[in-house]
Design a protein around this ligand. Structure first.
Ligand code: SAH
Ligand code: SF4
Ligand code: F3S
Length: 496
Protein backbone atom coordinates (compact mmCIF):
# COMPACT_ATOMS: atom_id res chain seq x y z
CA UNK A 1 0.00 0.00 0.00
CA UNK A 2 1.45 3.34 -1.01
CA UNK A 3 0.91 6.40 1.19
CA UNK A 4 -0.91 9.16 -0.60
CA UNK A 5 0.11 12.76 -0.12
CA UNK A 6 -2.21 15.62 -0.89
CA UNK A 7 0.18 18.21 -2.26
CA UNK A 8 -2.42 20.87 -2.96
CA UNK A 9 -3.51 21.08 0.67
CA UNK A 10 -1.41 24.08 1.40
CA UNK A 11 -3.70 25.70 3.90
CA UNK A 12 -5.04 23.05 6.13
CA UNK A 13 -3.80 23.23 9.66
CA UNK A 14 -6.26 20.45 10.49
CA UNK A 15 -4.03 18.02 8.70
CA UNK A 16 -2.58 15.26 10.84
CA UNK A 17 1.03 15.47 11.82
CA UNK A 18 3.28 13.10 9.98
CA UNK A 19 6.33 11.22 11.10
CA UNK A 20 9.29 11.10 8.77
CA UNK A 21 11.53 8.08 8.34
CA UNK A 22 15.15 8.44 7.35
CA UNK A 23 18.28 6.38 7.13
CA UNK A 24 20.97 7.03 9.73
CA UNK A 25 24.34 8.56 8.82
CA UNK A 26 27.62 8.50 10.69
CA UNK A 27 27.99 11.44 13.06
CA UNK A 28 28.13 12.46 16.68
CA UNK A 29 24.43 11.73 17.07
CA UNK A 30 24.79 8.35 15.45
CA UNK A 31 22.12 5.95 16.65
CA UNK A 32 19.98 8.65 18.25
CA UNK A 33 16.36 8.71 17.27
CA UNK A 34 14.36 11.67 15.97
CA UNK A 35 10.58 11.95 15.82
CA UNK A 36 9.15 14.87 13.86
CA UNK A 37 5.60 15.81 13.02
CA UNK A 38 4.26 18.74 11.06
CA UNK A 39 1.23 20.99 11.07
CA UNK A 40 0.15 23.86 8.85
CA UNK A 41 0.79 24.56 5.23
CA UNK A 42 2.82 22.68 2.63
CA UNK A 43 5.77 24.94 3.36
CA UNK A 44 5.99 23.54 6.86
CA UNK A 45 5.91 19.99 5.54
CA UNK A 46 8.60 20.91 3.07
CA UNK A 47 10.65 22.48 5.88
CA UNK A 48 10.39 19.29 7.94
CA UNK A 49 12.13 17.51 5.07
CA UNK A 50 14.94 20.07 5.31
CA UNK A 51 15.14 19.58 9.08
CA UNK A 52 15.28 15.81 8.58
CA UNK A 53 18.09 16.27 6.08
CA UNK A 54 20.12 18.47 8.45
CA UNK A 55 19.73 16.02 11.31
CA UNK A 56 20.46 13.01 9.12
CA UNK A 57 23.79 14.66 8.36
CA UNK A 58 24.55 14.77 12.05
CA UNK A 59 23.74 11.09 12.53
CA UNK A 60 20.10 10.89 13.53
CA UNK A 61 17.77 8.15 12.42
CA UNK A 62 14.01 8.47 12.78
CA UNK A 63 11.30 6.65 14.57
CA UNK A 64 7.56 6.73 14.02
CA UNK A 65 6.96 6.29 17.74
CA UNK A 66 7.69 9.35 19.88
CA UNK A 67 7.82 7.19 23.00
CA UNK A 68 11.23 5.83 22.04
CA UNK A 69 12.64 9.03 20.52
CA UNK A 70 15.65 10.94 21.86
CA UNK A 71 14.44 14.11 20.17
CA UNK A 72 10.79 14.96 19.53
CA UNK A 73 10.11 17.87 17.18
CA UNK A 74 6.80 19.47 16.38
CA UNK A 75 6.76 21.83 13.39
CA UNK A 76 4.00 24.29 14.15
CA UNK A 77 1.49 26.67 12.54
CA UNK A 78 0.13 29.96 13.89
CA UNK A 79 -2.30 30.91 11.15
CA UNK A 80 -5.42 30.65 13.32
CA UNK A 81 -5.91 30.29 17.03
CA UNK A 82 -7.18 26.72 16.72
CA UNK A 83 -3.98 25.74 14.87
CA UNK A 84 -1.98 26.81 17.92
CA UNK A 85 -4.39 25.10 20.30
CA UNK A 86 -3.89 21.79 18.51
CA UNK A 87 -0.14 22.06 19.00
CA UNK A 88 -0.54 22.80 22.71
CA UNK A 89 -2.82 19.78 23.09
CA UNK A 90 -0.30 17.62 21.27
CA UNK A 91 2.50 18.85 23.54
CA UNK A 92 0.46 17.68 26.55
CA UNK A 93 0.50 14.20 25.06
CA UNK A 94 4.30 14.32 24.88
CA UNK A 95 4.49 15.12 28.62
CA UNK A 96 3.84 11.51 29.64
CA UNK A 97 6.60 10.24 27.34
CA UNK A 98 8.99 12.78 28.81
CA UNK A 99 8.19 11.71 32.37
CA UNK A 100 9.12 8.14 31.39
CA UNK A 101 12.23 9.31 29.53
CA UNK A 102 13.55 12.51 31.19
CA UNK A 103 16.51 12.70 28.75
CA UNK A 104 14.12 13.21 25.85
CA UNK A 105 14.44 16.59 24.14
CA UNK A 106 11.23 18.27 23.02
CA UNK A 107 11.58 20.95 20.37
CA UNK A 108 9.09 23.36 18.88
CA UNK A 109 9.87 24.46 15.32
CA UNK A 110 8.16 26.66 12.78
CA UNK A 111 5.72 29.53 12.93
CA UNK A 112 4.52 29.21 16.53
CA UNK A 113 8.14 29.04 17.69
CA UNK A 114 8.87 32.23 15.78
CA UNK A 115 5.77 34.00 17.09
CA UNK A 116 6.19 33.12 20.75
CA UNK A 117 9.99 32.90 20.93
CA UNK A 118 11.35 32.25 24.43
CA UNK A 119 7.86 32.85 25.89
CA UNK A 120 7.19 29.31 24.74
CA UNK A 121 9.66 28.01 27.30
CA UNK A 122 7.75 29.76 30.08
CA UNK A 123 4.34 28.67 28.85
CA UNK A 124 5.14 25.04 28.03
CA UNK A 125 7.55 23.70 30.63
CA UNK A 126 8.40 20.48 28.82
CA UNK A 127 9.82 22.33 25.81
CA UNK A 128 13.65 22.38 25.63
CA UNK A 129 14.30 23.85 22.20
CA UNK A 130 12.53 26.65 20.27
CA UNK A 131 13.62 27.16 16.65
CA UNK A 132 12.24 29.54 14.03
CA UNK A 133 11.95 28.68 10.33
CA UNK A 134 15.19 30.38 9.28
CA UNK A 135 17.39 28.79 11.97
CA UNK A 136 17.28 25.10 11.10
CA UNK A 137 20.95 24.92 10.21
CA UNK A 138 21.62 25.61 13.87
CA UNK A 139 19.63 22.58 15.07
CA UNK A 140 22.61 20.29 15.79
CA UNK A 141 24.12 23.01 18.04
CA UNK A 142 20.81 23.68 19.76
CA UNK A 143 20.38 19.96 20.45
CA UNK A 144 23.91 19.97 21.93
CA UNK A 145 22.95 22.80 24.25
CA UNK A 146 19.79 20.99 25.31
CA UNK A 147 21.82 17.78 25.89
CA UNK A 148 23.88 19.85 28.31
CA UNK A 149 20.73 20.58 30.30
CA UNK A 150 20.11 24.11 29.09
CA UNK A 151 17.14 25.45 27.17
CA UNK A 152 18.02 26.56 23.63
CA UNK A 153 16.35 29.18 21.43
CA UNK A 154 17.15 30.45 17.94
CA UNK A 155 14.43 32.49 16.28
CA UNK A 156 16.59 34.75 14.13
CA UNK A 157 14.96 35.52 10.83
CA UNK A 158 17.11 35.91 7.76
CA UNK A 159 16.89 37.94 4.57
CA UNK A 160 18.88 35.36 2.61
CA UNK A 161 18.25 31.86 3.92
CA UNK A 162 16.53 29.63 1.32
CA UNK A 163 18.19 26.30 2.23
CA UNK A 164 18.96 26.13 -1.50
CA UNK A 165 21.89 23.75 -1.04
CA UNK A 166 20.08 21.32 1.24
CA UNK A 167 18.71 18.24 -0.41
CA UNK A 168 15.45 17.53 1.43
CA UNK A 169 14.85 13.93 2.42
CA UNK A 170 11.66 12.74 0.71
CA UNK A 171 10.25 10.52 3.36
CA UNK A 172 6.78 9.24 3.99
CA UNK A 173 6.32 10.08 0.35
CA UNK A 174 4.69 8.07 -2.41
CA UNK A 175 7.70 8.67 -4.66
CA UNK A 176 5.52 10.47 -7.19
CA UNK A 177 4.46 13.84 -5.73
CA UNK A 178 6.85 16.28 -4.08
CA UNK A 179 6.92 19.87 -2.91
CA UNK A 180 9.72 22.15 -3.99
CA UNK A 181 10.12 25.38 -2.10
CA UNK A 182 10.96 28.26 -4.48
CA UNK A 183 10.84 31.17 -2.04
CA UNK A 184 10.37 31.94 1.63
CA UNK A 185 8.71 34.65 3.68
CA UNK A 186 6.15 37.23 2.63
CA UNK A 187 6.24 41.02 2.23
CA UNK A 188 2.54 41.56 1.71
CA UNK A 189 1.27 42.40 5.17
CA UNK A 190 -2.34 41.37 4.69
CA UNK A 191 -3.84 42.81 7.85
CA UNK A 192 -5.24 39.51 9.16
CA UNK A 193 -2.12 37.45 8.58
CA UNK A 194 0.65 36.34 10.91
CA UNK A 195 2.90 34.88 8.19
CA UNK A 196 5.08 37.98 7.55
CA UNK A 197 5.90 37.92 11.28
CA UNK A 198 6.59 34.22 11.49
CA UNK A 199 8.37 33.72 8.19
CA UNK A 200 10.11 37.04 7.71
CA UNK A 201 10.91 38.94 4.55
CA UNK A 202 10.24 37.52 1.16
CA UNK A 203 13.23 36.04 -0.66
CA UNK A 204 13.49 33.91 -3.79
CA UNK A 205 15.63 30.84 -4.14
CA UNK A 206 18.30 30.73 -6.82
CA UNK A 207 16.62 29.23 -9.94
CA UNK A 208 19.38 26.84 -10.87
CA UNK A 209 19.14 25.07 -7.52
CA UNK A 210 15.37 24.75 -8.07
CA UNK A 211 15.76 23.27 -11.54
CA UNK A 212 18.44 20.90 -10.27
CA UNK A 213 16.22 19.70 -7.43
CA UNK A 214 13.31 19.21 -9.83
CA UNK A 215 15.51 17.40 -12.37
CA UNK A 216 16.86 15.09 -9.67
CA UNK A 217 13.33 14.36 -8.47
CA UNK A 218 12.25 13.54 -12.02
CA UNK A 219 15.22 11.22 -12.47
CA UNK A 220 14.29 9.52 -9.19
CA UNK A 221 10.82 8.76 -10.56
CA UNK A 222 8.80 11.70 -9.23
CA UNK A 223 6.17 12.81 -11.73
CA UNK A 224 4.37 15.74 -10.14
CA UNK A 225 6.04 18.67 -8.43
CA UNK A 226 4.37 21.56 -6.65
CA UNK A 227 6.39 24.76 -6.56
CA UNK A 228 5.75 26.45 -3.24
CA UNK A 229 5.74 30.06 -2.09
CA UNK A 230 3.33 32.32 -0.18
CA UNK A 231 3.09 34.46 -3.30
CA UNK A 232 4.72 32.66 -6.21
CA UNK A 233 3.99 35.47 -8.65
CA UNK A 234 6.43 37.74 -6.90
CA UNK A 235 9.24 35.21 -7.41
CA UNK A 236 12.23 37.02 -8.85
CA UNK A 237 15.91 36.32 -9.15
CA UNK A 238 18.15 38.99 -10.52
CA UNK A 239 21.42 37.18 -11.08
CA UNK A 240 22.50 36.03 -14.56
CA UNK A 241 20.10 33.61 -16.16
CA UNK A 242 21.03 30.00 -15.24
CA UNK A 243 21.01 28.96 -18.89
CA UNK A 244 23.96 31.28 -19.38
CA UNK A 245 26.12 29.69 -16.72
CA UNK A 246 25.48 26.12 -18.03
CA UNK A 247 26.13 24.71 -14.59
CA UNK A 248 24.96 21.37 -13.29
CA UNK A 249 21.21 20.97 -13.60
CA UNK A 250 20.77 23.62 -16.28
CA UNK A 251 21.63 21.27 -19.14
CA UNK A 252 18.02 20.37 -19.75
CA UNK A 253 16.96 23.89 -20.43
CA UNK A 254 19.78 25.82 -21.96
CA UNK A 255 18.88 25.17 -25.61
CA UNK A 256 15.15 25.32 -25.10
CA UNK A 257 15.06 28.56 -23.17
CA UNK A 258 17.23 30.12 -25.86
CA UNK A 259 14.79 28.96 -28.50
CA UNK A 260 11.86 30.50 -26.59
CA UNK A 261 13.10 33.88 -27.74
CA UNK A 262 13.97 35.08 -24.28
CA UNK A 263 16.75 37.64 -24.05
CA UNK A 264 19.29 35.80 -21.96
CA UNK A 265 21.21 38.99 -21.44
CA UNK A 266 18.42 40.08 -19.10
CA UNK A 267 19.24 39.45 -15.49
CA UNK A 268 15.73 38.86 -14.17
CA UNK A 269 14.13 35.43 -13.78
CA UNK A 270 10.38 35.82 -13.21
CA UNK A 271 7.96 33.19 -12.00
CA UNK A 272 6.81 32.64 -15.60
CA UNK A 273 10.44 31.99 -16.60
CA UNK A 274 10.93 29.58 -13.71
CA UNK A 275 7.73 27.73 -14.52
CA UNK A 276 8.89 27.30 -18.09
CA UNK A 277 12.31 26.08 -16.96
CA UNK A 278 10.73 23.40 -14.77
CA UNK A 279 8.16 22.44 -17.42
CA UNK A 280 10.97 21.90 -19.92
CA UNK A 281 12.63 19.24 -17.75
CA UNK A 282 10.30 16.68 -19.33
CA UNK A 283 6.79 16.57 -20.79
CA UNK A 284 6.29 13.59 -18.45
CA UNK A 285 6.75 15.80 -15.40
CA UNK A 286 3.63 17.55 -14.17
CA UNK A 287 4.11 20.97 -12.61
CA UNK A 288 1.79 22.64 -10.11
CA UNK A 289 2.30 25.71 -7.96
CA UNK A 290 0.81 27.50 -4.99
CA UNK A 291 -0.11 30.20 -3.99
CA UNK A 292 -1.00 32.82 -6.58
CA UNK A 293 -1.80 36.28 -5.29
CA UNK A 294 -4.58 37.98 -7.28
CA UNK A 295 -2.71 41.29 -7.25
CA UNK A 296 0.37 39.75 -8.91
CA UNK A 297 -0.70 36.93 -11.20
CA UNK A 298 0.37 38.00 -14.69
CA UNK A 299 -0.86 37.18 -18.17
CA UNK A 300 2.70 36.01 -18.81
CA UNK A 301 2.22 33.22 -16.25
CA UNK A 302 -1.17 32.34 -17.77
CA UNK A 303 0.32 32.18 -21.28
CA UNK A 304 3.14 29.96 -20.01
CA UNK A 305 0.55 27.64 -18.47
CA UNK A 306 -1.36 27.56 -21.74
CA UNK A 307 1.81 26.84 -23.72
CA UNK A 308 2.89 23.72 -21.78
CA UNK A 309 0.57 20.74 -21.43
CA UNK A 310 2.49 19.53 -18.40
CA UNK A 311 1.78 22.67 -16.36
CA UNK A 312 -1.49 21.71 -14.70
CA UNK A 313 -4.58 23.77 -15.44
CA UNK A 314 -5.25 24.61 -11.85
CA UNK A 315 -4.78 27.90 -10.01
CA UNK A 316 -5.25 28.55 -6.33
CA UNK A 317 -6.29 32.20 -6.22
CA UNK A 318 -7.38 33.19 -2.71
CA UNK A 319 -10.05 35.89 -2.81
CA UNK A 320 -10.57 36.20 0.99
CA UNK A 321 -13.65 38.44 0.50
CA UNK A 322 -15.84 39.49 -2.42
CA UNK A 323 -16.29 43.04 -1.12
CA UNK A 324 -13.91 45.87 -2.02
CA UNK A 325 -14.17 47.71 1.31
CA UNK A 326 -13.33 44.54 3.25
CA UNK A 327 -10.49 43.73 0.84
CA UNK A 328 -9.12 47.21 1.48
CA UNK A 329 -9.28 46.69 5.27
CA UNK A 330 -7.55 43.36 4.73
CA UNK A 331 -4.83 45.22 2.83
CA UNK A 332 -5.09 42.79 -0.06
CA UNK A 333 -4.35 45.65 -2.52
CA UNK A 334 -6.92 44.51 -5.11
CA UNK A 335 -10.64 45.08 -5.29
CA UNK A 336 -13.62 43.03 -6.43
CA UNK A 337 -13.36 44.26 -10.03
CA UNK A 338 -9.64 43.53 -10.25
CA UNK A 339 -10.17 40.01 -8.97
CA UNK A 340 -12.99 39.39 -11.46
CA UNK A 341 -10.82 40.70 -14.27
CA UNK A 342 -8.05 38.25 -13.30
CA UNK A 343 -10.58 35.40 -13.30
CA UNK A 344 -11.78 36.55 -16.75
CA UNK A 345 -8.16 36.51 -17.96
CA UNK A 346 -7.72 32.93 -16.69
CA UNK A 347 -10.92 31.84 -18.44
CA UNK A 348 -9.82 33.61 -21.65
CA UNK A 349 -6.21 32.38 -21.76
CA UNK A 350 -6.66 28.90 -20.24
CA UNK A 351 -10.22 27.78 -21.04
CA UNK A 352 -11.39 25.15 -18.57
CA UNK A 353 -8.72 25.97 -15.98
CA UNK A 354 -9.77 24.95 -12.47
CA UNK A 355 -9.72 27.69 -9.86
CA UNK A 356 -9.76 27.28 -6.09
CA UNK A 357 -9.75 29.88 -3.36
CA UNK A 358 -9.50 30.79 0.32
CA UNK A 359 -12.33 32.69 2.01
CA UNK A 360 -12.46 34.35 5.42
CA UNK A 361 -15.88 35.05 6.95
CA UNK A 362 -16.62 37.66 9.61
CA UNK A 363 -13.56 39.85 9.17
CA UNK A 364 -13.68 43.04 11.30
CA UNK A 365 -16.75 45.21 10.53
CA UNK A 366 -17.97 42.96 7.69
CA UNK A 367 -21.67 43.72 7.13
CA UNK A 368 -24.34 41.33 5.95
CA UNK A 369 -24.36 43.00 2.51
CA UNK A 370 -20.60 42.64 2.26
CA UNK A 371 -20.87 38.97 3.16
CA UNK A 372 -23.46 38.64 0.36
CA UNK A 373 -20.82 39.97 -2.04
CA UNK A 374 -18.54 37.09 -1.07
CA UNK A 375 -21.39 34.72 -1.91
CA UNK A 376 -22.01 36.48 -5.23
CA UNK A 377 -18.29 36.28 -6.04
CA UNK A 378 -18.60 32.52 -5.53
CA UNK A 379 -21.49 32.54 -8.03
CA UNK A 380 -19.34 34.50 -10.46
CA UNK A 381 -16.27 32.28 -10.32
CA UNK A 382 -17.90 28.93 -9.48
CA UNK A 383 -14.78 27.70 -7.73
CA UNK A 384 -13.77 24.08 -8.12
CA UNK A 385 -12.61 23.98 -4.54
CA UNK A 386 -12.28 26.31 -1.53
CA UNK A 387 -10.64 26.47 1.88
CA UNK A 388 -13.01 28.43 4.11
CA UNK A 389 -12.33 29.92 7.53
CA UNK A 390 -13.86 32.13 10.21
CA UNK A 391 -11.70 35.14 10.94
CA UNK A 392 -9.36 34.48 13.84
CA UNK A 393 -7.61 37.51 15.30
CA UNK A 394 -3.84 37.00 15.52
CA UNK A 395 -1.81 39.00 18.03
CA UNK A 396 0.55 41.54 16.48
CA UNK A 397 -1.14 41.71 13.07
CA UNK A 398 -2.28 45.01 11.58
CA UNK A 399 -5.92 44.03 12.00
CA UNK A 400 -5.41 43.18 15.68
CA UNK A 401 -3.86 46.60 16.21
CA UNK A 402 -6.27 48.67 14.12
CA UNK A 403 -9.70 47.06 14.08
CA UNK A 404 -12.03 45.53 16.64
CA UNK A 405 -12.77 41.86 16.12
CA UNK A 406 -16.41 42.85 16.30
CA UNK A 407 -18.35 40.15 14.47
CA UNK A 408 -19.85 37.73 17.01
CA UNK A 409 -18.69 34.11 16.74
CA UNK A 410 -22.24 32.97 15.96
CA UNK A 411 -22.43 35.37 13.00
CA UNK A 412 -18.98 34.39 11.72
CA UNK A 413 -19.99 30.76 11.99
CA UNK A 414 -23.35 31.23 10.26
CA UNK A 415 -21.67 33.11 7.41
CA UNK A 416 -19.09 30.35 7.15
CA UNK A 417 -21.85 27.74 6.92
CA UNK A 418 -23.44 29.72 4.07
CA UNK A 419 -20.13 29.91 2.25
CA UNK A 420 -19.49 26.19 2.78
CA UNK A 421 -22.99 25.26 1.57
CA UNK A 422 -22.51 27.29 -1.60
CA UNK A 423 -19.09 25.82 -2.23
CA UNK A 424 -20.35 22.26 -1.79
CA UNK A 425 -22.91 23.01 -4.45
CA UNK A 426 -20.31 24.34 -6.92
CA UNK A 427 -17.74 21.65 -6.16
CA UNK A 428 -20.38 19.09 -7.04
CA UNK A 429 -21.49 20.97 -10.18
CA UNK A 430 -17.85 21.07 -11.30
CA UNK A 431 -17.45 17.31 -10.84
CA UNK A 432 -20.76 16.54 -12.56
CA UNK A 433 -19.50 18.40 -15.63
CA UNK A 434 -16.65 15.90 -15.95
CA UNK A 435 -18.96 12.89 -16.32
CA UNK A 436 -18.51 11.37 -19.77
CA UNK A 437 -15.20 13.21 -20.25
CA UNK A 438 -11.81 11.51 -20.57
CA UNK A 439 -9.25 12.73 -18.03
CA UNK A 440 -5.48 12.26 -18.10
CA UNK A 441 -4.69 10.91 -14.64
CA UNK A 442 -1.33 10.43 -12.96
CA UNK A 443 -1.62 7.24 -10.88
CA UNK A 444 -0.49 8.07 -7.33
CA UNK A 445 -1.22 4.72 -5.67
CA UNK A 446 -4.08 2.60 -4.44
CA UNK A 447 -7.28 4.24 -3.29
CA UNK A 448 -7.59 4.67 0.45
CA UNK A 449 -10.61 2.38 0.57
CA UNK A 450 -9.47 -0.53 -1.58
CA UNK A 451 -6.34 -1.86 -3.19
CA UNK A 452 -8.49 -3.03 -6.08
CA UNK A 453 -8.71 0.64 -7.13
CA UNK A 454 -6.08 3.17 -8.13
CA UNK A 455 -6.27 6.84 -7.12
CA UNK A 456 -4.75 9.77 -8.94
CA UNK A 457 -5.51 13.30 -9.88
CA UNK A 458 -6.60 14.94 -13.07
CA UNK A 459 -4.81 17.90 -14.55
CA UNK A 460 -7.45 20.07 -12.85
CA UNK A 461 -6.60 18.51 -9.51
CA UNK A 462 -9.76 16.41 -9.09
CA UNK A 463 -9.25 13.07 -7.32
CA UNK A 464 -10.11 10.19 -9.67
CA UNK A 465 -10.66 6.56 -8.61
CA UNK A 466 -10.65 3.69 -11.10
CA UNK A 467 -10.12 -0.08 -11.07
CA UNK A 468 -6.51 -1.31 -11.01
CA UNK A 469 -5.19 -2.50 -14.36
CA UNK A 470 -1.96 -4.45 -13.90
CA UNK A 471 -0.45 -2.96 -17.06
CA UNK A 472 -0.29 0.42 -15.36
CA UNK A 473 1.70 1.28 -12.25
CA UNK A 474 1.83 4.30 -9.91
CA UNK A 475 3.77 7.08 -11.61
CA UNK A 476 2.23 6.33 -15.03
CA UNK A 477 -0.35 8.41 -16.85
CA UNK A 478 -3.61 6.86 -17.96
CA UNK A 479 -6.71 8.17 -19.70
CA UNK A 480 -9.76 7.58 -17.57
CA UNK A 481 -13.35 8.06 -18.67
CA UNK A 482 -15.40 9.49 -15.83
CA UNK A 483 -18.58 7.53 -15.22
CA UNK A 484 -19.91 9.03 -12.01
CA UNK A 485 -18.90 11.11 -9.02
CA UNK A 486 -19.36 11.43 -5.28
CA UNK A 487 -19.34 14.90 -3.68
CA UNK A 488 -15.53 15.07 -3.83
CA UNK A 489 -14.27 12.33 -6.15
CA UNK A 490 -14.58 11.26 -9.78
CA UNK A 491 -15.05 7.56 -10.47
CA UNK A 492 -14.30 5.96 -13.82
CA UNK A 493 -12.31 3.40 -15.76
CA UNK A 494 -9.12 3.34 -17.83
CA UNK A 495 -9.65 3.74 -21.57
CA UNK A 496 -6.01 3.69 -22.65
N1 SAH B 1 -0.17 33.37 0.98
C1 SAH B 1 -1.49 32.95 0.80
C2 SAH B 1 -2.19 32.58 2.07
C3 SAH B 1 -1.48 31.85 3.12
S1 SAH B 1 -2.36 31.63 4.61
C4 SAH B 1 -2.27 34.09 0.14
O1 SAH B 1 -1.96 35.22 0.29
O2 SAH B 1 -3.27 33.81 -0.47
C5 SAH B 1 -3.67 30.57 4.08
C6 SAH B 1 -5.04 31.12 4.27
O3 SAH B 1 -5.35 31.18 5.64
C7 SAH B 1 -5.26 32.54 3.79
O4 SAH B 1 -5.47 32.61 2.41
C8 SAH B 1 -6.47 32.96 4.57
O5 SAH B 1 -7.67 32.64 3.91
C9 SAH B 1 -6.37 32.13 5.84
N2 SAH B 1 -6.01 32.98 6.99
C10 SAH B 1 -4.87 33.64 7.17
N3 SAH B 1 -4.92 34.33 8.33
C11 SAH B 1 -6.14 34.09 8.86
C12 SAH B 1 -6.80 34.53 10.04
N4 SAH B 1 -6.22 35.39 10.88
N5 SAH B 1 -8.06 34.08 10.27
C13 SAH B 1 -8.65 33.22 9.41
N6 SAH B 1 -8.08 32.78 8.29
C14 SAH B 1 -6.83 33.21 8.01
FE1 SF4 C 1 -0.36 36.21 4.55
FE2 SF4 C 1 -1.07 37.93 2.69
FE3 SF4 C 1 1.41 36.99 2.75
FE4 SF4 C 1 -0.60 35.41 2.03
S1 SF4 C 1 0.09 37.22 0.93
S2 SF4 C 1 1.04 34.92 3.45
S3 SF4 C 1 -2.26 36.12 3.33
S4 SF4 C 1 0.45 38.30 4.29
FE1 F3S D 1 2.21 27.97 6.99
FE2 F3S D 1 0.89 28.16 9.24
FE3 F3S D 1 3.25 29.20 9.06
S1 F3S D 1 0.03 28.33 7.25
S2 F3S D 1 3.55 29.72 6.93
S3 F3S D 1 2.74 27.03 8.91
S4 F3S D 1 1.54 30.11 10.08
Amino acid sequence: MIDLVIPDKTHDEERQGEALMLEPAEGKNSGRKLYIESYGCAMNFSDSEIVASILQESGFETTKDYNNADVVFINTCSIRENAEQRVRNRLKEFTIAKVKNPGMIVGVLGCMAERLKSKFLEEEKLVDVVVGPDAYRDLPNLIDTADGGQKAVNVLLSREETYADINPVRLNSNGINAFVSIMRGCDNMCSFCVVPFTRGRERSREPQSIVKECTDLFKAGYRELTLLGQNVDSYKWSKPHPALSKGEGSDVLAGEVLSSGEDLGEALTTFANLLEMVALISPELRVRFSTSHPKDITDEVLHTMAKYDNICNYIHLPVQSGNSRVLDLMNRTYDREWYMERVDAIRRIIPGCAISTDIITGFCTETEEEHQETLSMMDYVQYDFAYMFMYSERPGTLAAKRYADDIPEAVKSRRLQEVIAKQQQYSHVRLLKEIGQVQRVLIEGFSKKSDKDYAGRSDKNAMVIFPVDERFKPGMYVDVVVERCTTATLIGKIVS
